[in-house]
Design a protein around this ligand. Structure first.
Ligand code: GLY
Length: 380
């Protein structure tokens, strides 16, 4: 399946299960002082979880543009160095606002992964919250019982608050979660070291793909947890990782989500991407990743600047420039040339980029020119 088919299959599956498909919220957050950028699919639904607003639907699903480069969820330093973290990524999600809960959410995620996407069952692992005495939180008995119906005991891993209690920020809706991990290692390696020992251990081939969060609390400013009037489901599956698993690749950058921009970067720079850990290969990955974050954020209304969200975008752009300047030996604006490629690729899912492609390319070019001048002067 292509990435587009994989995304569509997710949306079709949840539509069948009574979900309304809604558009992604903008990546730039303007009305929530606790966030700069959308860092999870659930952000746009925060008021429904907290009971501040009444949701128009009980079940929704979507693909959400997310950016994890600041605050509680920040992956920037890993990006490009490894092959499975991103600044901007698409989070596929399904939500229940006071409707279905743990059993249905887990059953459907299993059905989608094993029956529609046909991921072999023996490669899947689930994590379950073990409870936290200090917070007065019990272990997740319902999630555990559901997983025990689906998986053998050695494919269930118990996790603490760090891995299995999800919070969007310092305050806000939160709750215990159950993650699904896939072991993509070759059979020979799998028979030597069982996969459950590598879950949540930063192994590049044993990766989390989906998180089922059961929103039950509001974390308040004073640190306390307040039970919510209703219970909700909030799930997030990283599209780039899912595509890599389904396309049988060892790296997200080898999927059709990234190969288009990497091929154009090869043509522009005259260098070849070999997927290794060299600085040159990292530069290709950094560029392929960062151009997405930069382009979609500008298209959603955040220009690079010297403060706040604008400064975060400027820093991401400059990180990409430093990589091509130093390791691809390319001294002209490069990122701007990738904007039309990306805009065309996402025409059917995020048309806002194609609609503003010329404007975005112009902003990126001006930023690159200014920073290249600074780099040149600095080096002299
Ligand atoms: N809100 C679910 C997640 O981001 O993992």
């Amino acid at each position: 399946m292509t990435a587009n088919e994989i995304r569509q299959a997710f949306l079709d599956f949840f539509k069948e299960k009574g979900h309304t498909i809604v558009p992604s919220a903008p990546i730039v957050v303007k009305d929530d002082p606790t966030l700069m950028f959308t860092n999870a699919g659930m952000n746009q639904f925060k008021d429904y979880f907290l009971g501040n607003k009444f949701p128009p639907y009980g079940r929704v699903a979507d693909t959400q543009k997310c950016l994890r480069v600041s605050g509680k969820h920040n992956d920037l330093e890993e990006v490009g160095v490894d092959t499975y973290h991103h600044t901007m990524f698409e989070m596929l999600g399904n939500w229940s606002f006071g409707d279905y809960f743990k059993r249905e959410a887990i059953t459907w995620s299993w059905e989608l992964l094993t029956e529609i996407y046909k991921i072999p069952k023996d490669r899947l692992y689930a994590t379950v919250f073990e409870g936290d005495a200090k917070e007065g939180l019990p272990a997740s008995a319902i999630a555990l019982a559901k997983w025990q119906e689906l998986l053998p005991e050695d494919h269930i891993v118990y996790g603490n608050k760090k891995d299995n209690f999800w919070e969007m920020g310092d305050t806000g809706p939160c709750g215990p979660c159950s993650e699904i991990h896939v072991d993509c290692r070759p059979d020979e390696e799998r028979s030597k070291t069982p996969g459950h020992l590598l879950v949540n251990k930063d192994h590049p081939q044993v990766i989390e793909i989906w998180n089922n969060v059961f929103i039950q609390f509001n974390r308040k400013k004073d640190g306390s947890l307040e039970p919510l009037p209703a219970t909700h489901v909030d799930t997030g599956m990283g599209l780039e990782r899912l595509v890599r698993v389904l396309q049988g690749k060892a790296s997200n950058y080898d999927t059709d989500i990234f190969t288009g921009t990497i091929a154009v970067t090869e043509k522009i720079s005259g260098k070849k991407y070999d997927g290794s850990d060299t600085k040159e290969a990292i530069a290709f990955r950094v560029i392929a990743d960062h151009i997405r974050a930069i382009s979609f954020t500008i298209a959603d209304g955040q220009l690079p600047s010297n403060t706040g969200a604008g400064y975060v975008i400027r820093r991401i752009l400059r990180r990409a420039v430093r990589y091509y300047f130093s390791y691809l030996d390319y001294k002209q604006p490069l990122l701007t040339q990738l904007v039309p490629v990306l805009a065309k690729q996402f025409e059917g899912v995020f048309p806002e980029l194609l609609q503003q492609s010329d404007f975005v390319a112009k902003v990126v070019k001006e930023e690159e020119e200014a920073f290249l001048r600074t780099l040149d002067k600095g080096l002299k």
